[in-house]
Ligand binder design. Structure first.
Ligand code: B3K
Ligand code: ZN
Length: 884
């Protein structure tokens, strides 16, 4: 997949005339150029002779002309880094083939043929972790999006569906377990020490859903009986030592299966569901039909080694991959531009599931926090793209927060407008209409339109326009009438300057400021550039609560009195709106303070308002601790930075820390009492105990900001008393930001305690890379030299460098050293694992939104990447887009 790229050769330069042919710029693929594939592949038979260093693949494809496509006398089979060792057509060897950019072109004269191709691959040399690769002595695959072409030549595109039959064999001591999609039809051992197995998947599928696993694994097993009475065998496959950390994954799978039957009427369709945990994996997990492959991070969990957040993430990702069985596998995507068809919808499904499992309010707040701190910056930067992109060079770069999370928000808006019941009619119609097909986003919208009875004509703009709409709000009051005036602007984004107004559904309520109540919520849909609504019966000016539940993924701009925000933070009956009021109050202050706009008086007045609201949250006995924790959290650094045209990240960081200190000082007694109270709650996974752990570490971080010496002692006590990872990690997080012997002791202890557990050692790296410690850059440099650090394992790379790239005072160090570190990483990692390397480019791509001194340094580092003599398609695309 790596494409060599050099600067263009000056024309006519005799010295360069004989140089190697100039490498091509990776081509741009456009949505509008879609053509159906001229051939159907009803059957695919694969035979694998497995070995870590040498795997032989024999592929037999039954191909026939596609009546719905322009006929062609050749078949174009994608390949990446493959040599065709043997090619046969209808049983006869042929030399009538050619290779073009790695792809195999074969002449096919008739209507129907059998094509047989032999290839050989070296899984141990596959450091990209795409296709078939070796991980810790086992073999596994990752084919989405375009990895299957690294295994054999094939029409590696999602609209070519085929029924797969697979045979495999390999040394039985290395590969006692052999797994593939569908059901095992036969297996055994040969006298010469080989284990073999035959598998058949009855459901036609695109190649990106193919999977194979071979290794020495053990399973946590269970069953699930579907609503139709089918008993399904469930297995979670791991290495032997990890077996006692699989209960939560298996239970999460059962809960997800049940929920999808009840909520979306979707039943599982095979007798077997396998999940395999792998430690070297580029992303979270993969929904291969009947054989999900997972990053160990999203399978293994027990109280000693996983935080409450980790438990939730396991449940969420297990559910997400399971839900893909319908939204993705039974109905798949026509082409990769339609990625949000399966990803946006499946994210919405997993969010709704987790809301039902964990509580709606807190889950919604968490999802919005992710959207605003990851997707909003993407939407306002050089990499902005619509949820259905129009073009790409490398599809791996489009597995983004926009396609996933904004994609989910867009479908959630349809659900809000239709109501739950009518939305369900729409999704039923979608699944029925398109079962077994490769569909488009347009198909989805039409099905919701017809099934739910909505007019989504104008709403389709949400699929084609990038950028986060800004909605400005003005509430006037006169006599007994309140008038709400709304205006929307969809900002310009790269390649899209002329934007049209989109329908924006906003849930609103108007509160009486005396009684603290409102007369009912309603949904107003702003579908033009401007709109006005009047409300009668208000003798006093009401307080407006808007975009309740975050009903639309927009940013709200309004002038509102701080006192009204304090009112909403204390009184709003929509938990999200309550959180939002608190965030708005604090964000407004931090922005003004970081701009240097505040007099001492104004600063202390703002802090008084925030203190008043914060104090009310600490004291409110009606609140549960999980929600209290959300209300106590200060807005993220990225979200605050996002409010500036050009931010000084250091100033934002300092103001945010200063506010933390002020609140810690002002509420020292209450926070100590909270920390003590929470510390006395025994460990359990119930909501109350989880809430206690959440406010415990939050209280600790405010206390440590106010009084570092006392904070360090308290943190060390929390660390030593911890009987679970949430408390231990929380304490260590606070300690890594402080100076002193407690820090050193705890870091050493943590390492020694968990040195054999890679997922926990990832936390050890990440905590140090995200720390508030002034010497964080030196720490990161030293950690990169640590014997446990390796560029070969994506989890480890992310734990050090992704954590660091999100640490404002390290990454944005004024001398540019943070930018240099990340650039050096990208250049070193790109030849090893381009997909992971390219993921680090967007942090540098934010340069236009950062103050000019740092921006110049960020840009210079991007140029340094762009000038590298050979770059992967992944990194090349991200860097060129980021430079603009
Ligand atoms: N569909 C996969 C993601 C594949 C990413 C390929 N670069 C996991 C998921 O979204 O469920
Ligand atoms: Zn997904």
């Amino acid at each position: 997949m790596d494409i060599a790229r050099t600067p263009s050769t000056p024309e006519g330069n005799p010295e360069l005339a004989d140089a190697a042919p100039e490498p091509k710029e990776p081509p741009v693929i456009r949505r509008e150029d879609y053509e159906p594939f001229p051939w159907l592949v009803p059957q695919t038979a694969l035979d694998f002779g497995l070995g870590l260093e040498r795997t032989k693949v024999v592929a037999r494809l039954t191909v026939e002309r596609n009546p719905a496509a322009e006929p062609s006398a050749t078949i174009h089979l994608n390949g990446d880094g493959l040599e065709p060792l043997e090619v046969e057509i209808d049983g006869t060897p042929t030399l009538e083939w050619s290779l073009e950019d790695g792809d195999l072109l074969l002449s096919l004269p008739g209507e129907k043929h059998e094509v047989r191709i032999v290839t050989e691959i070296d899984p141990s040399a596959n450091s990209q972790l795409m296709g078939l690769y070796a991980s810790g002595g086992m073999l596994c695959t990752q084919c989405e999006a375009e990895g299957f072409r690294r295994i054999t030549f094939f029409p590696d595109r999602p609209d070519v569906l085929s029924v797969y039959t697979v045979s495999m064999r390999g040394p039985k001591d290395q590969f006692p377990i052999l797994l593939c999609n569908g059901n095992e039809t036969a297996s055994g051992e040969t006298e010469d020490g080989l284990r073999w197995a035959d598998w058949h998947d009855p459901w036609p599928k695109p190649s990106y859903l193919f999977a194979l696993v071979a290794g020495d694994l053990v399973a946590k097993s269970g069953t699930f009986t579907t609503m139709g009475g089918r008993e399904v065998e469930l297995n979670v496959w791991v290495r032997e030592g990890d077996l006692d950390r699989t209960d939560h994954a298996l239970e999460s799978l059962r809960r997800a299966m049940k929920w999808d039957e009840e909520t979306f009427g979707r039943e599982y369709d095979l007798d077997l569901y396998n999940i395999v945990a792998v430690s070297d994996f580029n992303m979270g997990a993969m929904e291969n039909k009947g054989l999900n492959v997972f990053n160990t991070k999203y399978v293994l969990a027990d109280p000693e080694t996983a935080t409450d957040g980790d438990f939730d993430a396991v449940e969420g990702v297990i559910a997400h991959e399971y839900f893909h069985n319908w939204s993705g596998n039974r109905v798949t995507c026509r082409d990769w531009f339609q990625l949000s068809l399966k990803e946006g919808f499946t994210v919405l499904r997993d969010q709704l599931f987790s809301q039902d499992m964990q509580g709606e309010a807190v889950k919604r707040i968490e999802d919005v926090r992710v959207l605003r701190s990851v997707q909003f910056p993407e939407d306002s930067g050089p990499l902005a793209h619509p949820i259905r992109p129009d073009s790409f060079r490398e599809i791996s770069n489009f597995y983004t927060a926009t396609v996933y999370n904004k994609g989910a928000e867009v479908i959630r808006m349809m659900r809000t407008m239709a109501g739950e019941e009518r939305f369900r009619k729409g999704t039923d119609l979608y699944f029925n209409r398109h079962d077994g097909e490769a569909a488009t986003c347009e198909d989805f919208v039409s099905a919701i339109e017809d099934g739910a009875g909505l007019d989504l004509q104008q709403f389709r703009l949400w699929y084609s326009q990038a950028g986060t709409p800004k909605v400005s709000v003005d509430l006037r009051h006169s006599g007994s009438t309140a008038t709400l005036a709304l205006r929307q602007v969809v900002p310009q984004t790269p390649d899209q300057s002329d934007k049209k107004p989109m329908p924006i559904p906003l849930r609103i309520a108007l509160f009486d400021r005396e009684t603290g109540r409102h007369g009912g919520e309603e949904v107003v849909v702003l579908d033009a550039a401007e709109g006005e609504w009047t409300f009668e019966g208000f003798d006093r000016a009401p307080v407006l609560s808007i975009n309740r539940g975050f009903s639309a993924p927009v940013s709200i701009e309004r002038r509102i009195e701080e006192a009204d925000l304090v009112f909403l933070a204390a009184k709003d009956d929509d938990p999200f709106a309550r959180y939002e009021a608190m965030q708005e109050l604090v964000t407004g202050h931090l922005v003004a303070a970081a701009k240097g706009e505040l007099s001492d008086d104004a600063r202390s007045r703002a802090r008084d308002f925030i203190g008043e609201a914060f104090g009310a949250i600490l004291a409110d006995e009606a609140l549960d601790d999980q929600m209290r924790g959300e209300l106590m959290m200060l807005p993220t650094q990225t979200y605050v930075t996002e409010q500036f045209d050009q931010a000084d990240p250091q100033r934002v960081f300092e103001e945010r820390e200063a506010l933390k200190r002020t609140l810690g000082e002002r509420f020292v007694e209450e926070l100590r009492a909270m920390h003590d109270r929470a510390s006395s709650v025994p460990y359990s996974l119930d909501a109350e105990a989880r809430g206690a752990r959440k406010v415990k570490t939050l209280a600790l971080s405010f206390l440590a900001a106010a009084d570092p010496a006392d904070g360090a002692q308290r943190a060390e006590r929390q660390y030593e008393a911890a009987d679970n990872m949430t408390d231990r990690q929380g304490a260590l997080m606070v300690l890594t930001g402080l100076e002193g012997p407690q820090r050193t002791r705890a870091l050493l202890d943590f390492y020694e305690r968990y040195r054999d557990n890679p997922l926990v050692i990832d936390k050890w790296f990440a905590l140090q890379a995200t720390s508030l410690h002034p010497k964080v850059i030196e720490h990161v440099k030293a950690l990169a030299e640590h014997p446990d650090f390796t560029l070969r394992n994506p989890n480890r790379v992310r734990s050090l460098y992704m954590a660091f790239a999100g640490n404002p005072h390290g990454f944005h160090a004024a001398d540019g050293e943070g930018y240099r570190l990340v650039t050096d990483l990208v250049l070193e990692l790109d030849p090893i694992n381009p997909q992971t390397a390219a993921r680090f480019v967007p942090s540098l791509g934010r340069w236009r939104r950062i103050e000019p001194g740092r921006a110049a340094k960020m840009r210079a580092e991007l140029e340094r990447i762009a000038e590298a003599p050979s770059l992967s398609r992944d990194t090349y695309e991200q860097v060129t887009r980021s430079l603009g």
